[in-house]
Design a protein around this ligand. Structure first.
Ligand SMILES: Cc1cc2nc3c(=O)[nH]c(=O)nc-3n(C[C@H](O)[C@H](O)[C@H](O)COP(=O)(O)OP(=O)(O)OC[C@H]3O[C@@H](n4cnc5c(N)ncnc54)[C@H](O)[C@@H]3O)c2cc1C
Length: 338
């Protein structure tokens, strides 16, 4: 009898696992449960939509031939049952099933193999007025559309980006290209503080000189100022920086609640612990992408390195191993380009 593989999360790691699995096993029943409205989109390109280099949001979830990668597409072209709007609530490891909510109804689905590809969630800043209009994360397609709409409506002259990591800096470049005065606020003493030493960060800082760009290092956001319910600025420990649009890009946290509640081991990095075959502490459950722990190939440390490139590699390895390949994932170096 063919095995049923249930995958939780339908973007990078989840859909890569599903697609690779289908290539390797024509018989497997592959069901993807995604709580959001979209499947298999490429978030890495989002800043280039804001800059105007990518012309349409369709570029992120359509094939090069123009087909939308939705449930119908995956059913017809890949033989994968990928369901949106299905929020997995619980894993019952004894019964080997998951409970999920679809349109308010609690449903149950059994599995032979379960794959957790639940990704990560942007960190929010618990500051006064953090819910005001004009303050955004930049993670999901709807965040991107909301930011673009506000700029297109014409009310935005000044943008503040909180956080000088990859997403913060890619967006700074995008807003400057769009002609907006942009301020980047970073509480640490350098750009890309998770990645660069002081000397390398100094070279990068030198190359960011632009009349439309201000960079404030060693400065912390303390509150958002508002006017008529809308953000008007960011109050720091040194000044108020005017802003009609604010992006909070202070990092992400792995989505591990389902795994934790099911009693799976969570590693020292805060991600789901996996062995070199990307199996969790339960042999029948794999984890890949942002929610899964990585081993650093130099230091051997357990690390949280949330990258789409890694998520795709995890997906391949998981699919191979579900098909019996015993393929090892050697870990990450933490390299990246932006
Ligand atoms: C603006 C931006 C730029 C980026 N640039 C790069 C880059 O240049 N290079 C790079 O390598 N990476 C980049 N990334 C990171 C990359 O997009 C992520 O690392 C990647 O998407 C992680 O894939 P994933 O499958 O683990 O998680 P995700 O893509 O986050 O997908 C997880 C999915 O699981 C779903 N889910 C979670 N819990 C449940 C549940 N209980 N039930 C059902 N569904 C659930 C979520 O709704 C989500 O859709 C960027 C990200 C952003 C936002």
């Amino acid at each position: 009898m063919s095995k049923r593989v249930v995958i939780v999360g339908g973007v990078a790691a989840g859909m890569k696992t599903a697609a690779r699995l289908r290539r390797l096993d024509a018989e497997a029943e592959i069901i993807v449960l995604e709580r959001g409205p979209q499947l298999s989109y490429g978030a890495c390109g989002f800043p280039y939509f804001i800059s105007g280099e990518v012309k349409s949001m369709d570029s992120f979830d359509h094939t090069p031939q123009g087909a939308l990668r939705d449930s119908n597409y995956f059913a017809a072209v890949k033989g994968i049952d990928a369901r949106c709007g299905c929020n997995v609530q619980k894993i019952d490891r004894e019964q080997k099933c998951v409970l999920y909510l679809e349109k308010g109804e609690l449903k149950q689905l059994s599995y032979d193999v379960l794959v957790l590809a639940t990704g990560s969630t942007p960190v929010k800043l618990p500051l006064p007025n953090a819910d005001a209009a004009g303050i955004h994360s930049f993670w999901f397609p709807w965040d991107v559309e909301a930011v673009d709409k506000e700029i297109a409506e014409g009310g935005v002259k000044d943008v503040v980006i909180i956080g000088a990591g990859f997403i913060g800096l890619e967006l700074a470049e995008a807003f400057v290209r769009r002609g907006l005065h942009t301020s980047v606020l970073e509480q640490q003493d350098r750009l890309l503080p998770q990645l660069l030493d002081e000397d390398m960060a100094a070279l990068l800082l030198r190359d960011t000189k632009n009349p439309l760009l201000d960079i404030y290092l060693e400065e912390r956001a303390g509150a958002f100022t508002i006017e008529n319910g809308k953000v008007s600025g960011v109050q720091t420990d040194k000044r108020v920086i005017p802003a009609q649009l604010v992006i909070v890009a202070v990092g992400v946290r792995p989505n591990v609640e389902l795994a934790r509640e099911a009693g799976l081991v969570i590693g020292p990095s805060g991600c789901i612990a996996v062995n070199e075959y990307l199996q969790t502490s339960d042999d029948a459950i794999y984890a890949g992408g942002d929610c899964a722990e990585n081993t650093h190939r130099v230091s051997g440390a357990k690390v949280f390195v949330p990258m789409g490139s890694t998520a795709n590699k995890h997906g391949r390895v998981i699919a191979d191993n579900i098909c019996g390949a015993q393929r090892k994932y050697p870990g990450v170096l933490g390299t990246a380009a932006c």
